[in-house]
Write a protein that binds this ligand. Structure first.
Ligand SMILES: C[S@@+](CC[C@H](N)C(=O)[O-])C[C@H]1O[C@@H](n2cnc3c(N)ncnc32)[C@H](O)[C@@H]1O
Length: 302
């Protein structure tokens, strides 16, 4: 089970958590420059468009696959930025995959609310696991056909169990178009080490914000407020970082009464990767790393 930030939770998959994820992401745009990744994906798309020859593609779409898509933030931004810059999208196919049905449900709504998405040639949303991508019916038919594979917001750190990273990269290698396909893998700076040890590159980049109390009024459900309560600080246990937090979904009445209708105790478990480990796994999976982009709080390898 995952929470709004894609972490392990004792709560049920919930429409409220999906909306909370969106509201938190919007708030992060100003506080954490969370949309700073948009320009990376836009220029990646532009580069793929430049080398797209319909004949090579046998008339097929240029395929962008966003894994751990959440509520479709990255794809919606990509469509909006592309339309703004006059990049035609009629020959582009977007596929968003997330293991949480509520996230995919919300991504569909985001698609409808985002006018630029109507210009994308084809859009599919899929409930599925990054560890089993190629066994999903839709993706079975996309082996060697994905031009751009995106894994944003450091979600790869959620693959903390032995063998999971390698499994994910092997699926990526099978899906990517040989030679021209590109995989953009974002890792948060506090969850990657460039040294032989697993000391994160940016010790100051903590999730301290999670420990504070935040409230967001719902924009979708009348009288609903999301309240993130203060919790303990993240605990680092070797290569594993555990961040607890608590989220209440509250219904407020006109009379000023409050009722907690959903209580989520969440533990976000993330693994700190050494950059060398990621690169070795890339290689083992048959992928070649051709560059690294540094952003404010993330490194994106491709
Ligand atoms: C941090 S959010 C990122 C969402 C989106 N990519 C963005 O940048 O806004 C991580 C997402 O990954 C999803 N996720 C986590 N583990 C997954 C897995 N094994 N397979 C598919 N999705 C997963 C979570 O449900 C969550 O929506």
């Amino acid at each position: 089970m995952s929470d709004s930030k894609g972490c392990r939770s004792t709560s049920h998959d919930s429409v409220y958590l999906a909306e909370y994820y969106d509201l938190q992401a919007k708030a992060d745009v100003t506080t954490l420059n969370a949309q700073g990744d948009a320009k990376v994906y836009l220029s990646a798309l532009e580069r793929q468009m430049e080398s797209y020859y319909p004949l090579d593609h046998h008339g097929e779409h240029l395929v962008v696959l966003d894994v751990g898509t959440g509520t479709g933030r990255v794809l919606a931004n990509l469509a909006t930025d592309a339309v703004r810059d006059g990049i035609p999208l009629s020959n582009v196919e977007f596929i968003g995959v997330d293991k949480e049905p509520s996230m995919i449900h919300r991504a569909l709504a985001v698609q409808r609310e985002t006018p630029s998405m109507s210009q994308v040639g084809r859009i599919d949303w899929l409930v599925g696991d990054v560890l089993h991508l190629i066994s999903a019916e839709l993706l079975e038919t996309h082996i060697n056909q994905v031009d751009l594979l995106l894994s944003a917001s450091g979600s790869v750190s959620l693959l903390f169990r032995a063998g999971e990273l390698m499994r994910f990269f092997a699926q990526a290698a099978a899906l990517l178009r040989p030679r021209s396909g590109r995989f953009y893998l974002s890792v948060k700076k506090d969850l990657i080490s460039t040294q032989a040890t697993t000391k994160p590159t940016d010790e100051n980049a903590t999730d301290a914000g999670l420990c504070e109390r935040h409230e967001f009024p719902s924009e979708l459900y009348e009288g609903i407020v999301y309240r993130q309560l203060p919790t303990e600080s993240p605990a680092l246990d070797g290569i594993i970082k555990r961040t607890p937090y608590q989220l209440q979904v509250i219904r407020r009445t006109d009379a000023g009464c409050e009722e907690v209708i959903e209580e989520n105790h969440i533990e976000c478990v993330q693994r700190i990767w050494k950059e060398t480990e990621l690169l070795e796994c890339f290689k083992e999976a048959g992928l070649e790393s051709v560059g690294i982009i540094q952003l404010h709080m993330r490194r994106t390898m491709f």
